[in-house]
Design a protein around this ligand. Structure first.
Ligand code: RB5
Length: 146
């Protein structure tokens, strides 16, 4: 599985740690930056990571900003993206099981690196349950297309 990852200046340490962790688990990770501690606008990074998902170049994405919220707001504006801002394990698991989320957003100023690694691992390794949840996602797509 290929994972897209990106961050703004609020998430560089977490992004780099998640990338190394997922690569260590055998995932291929495409890094859309930032690569050094410079100030950037998080929507610019969100678009790059989300485009790689909607173009089927990567299967899932992880975005890190200060809170995870700005990245999730930006990502959810893009058709086909279901982004979830999570700061604990239950949500990271169930947003995959029930929402088939394709983007995980994390807050570098909210959670520690250790928690971020665990949430990222849960997110990439948990499969969508389908069934009744697919009907609900279809309704989200209907909203997107209306
Ligand atoms: C950047 O200072 C900060 O606003 C950003 O990382 C994020 O927290 C936005 O939601």
């Amino acid at each position: 599985m290929k994972i897209a990852i990106g961050c703004d200046h609020g998430g560089l340490e977490h992004k780099n740690a998640i990338k190394a962790h997922l690569e260590g688990l055998g995932y291929e990770v495409q890094d859309f930056g930032i690569y050094e501690q410079v100030s950037v606008d998080y929507p610019d990074i969100a678009v790059k990571v989300c485009d790689s998902i909607t173009k089927n170049e990567c299967e899932r994405g992880i975005l890190v900003c200060g809170t995870g919220i700005g990245m999730s707001i930006a990502a959810n504006k893009i058709k086909g993206i279901r982004a979830a801002a999570c700061s604990e394990h239950f949500s990271a698991k169930f947003t995959r099981l029930h929402n088939n989320s394709n983007i995980l957003c994390l807050g570098g100023r909210v959670i520690g690196v250790g928690t971020a690694l665990e949430l990222a691992e849960i997110f990439v390794s948990t499969e969508f349950e389908g069934g009744r949840h697919q009907n609900r996602i279809n309704k989200i797509s209907d909203i997107e297309n209306s």
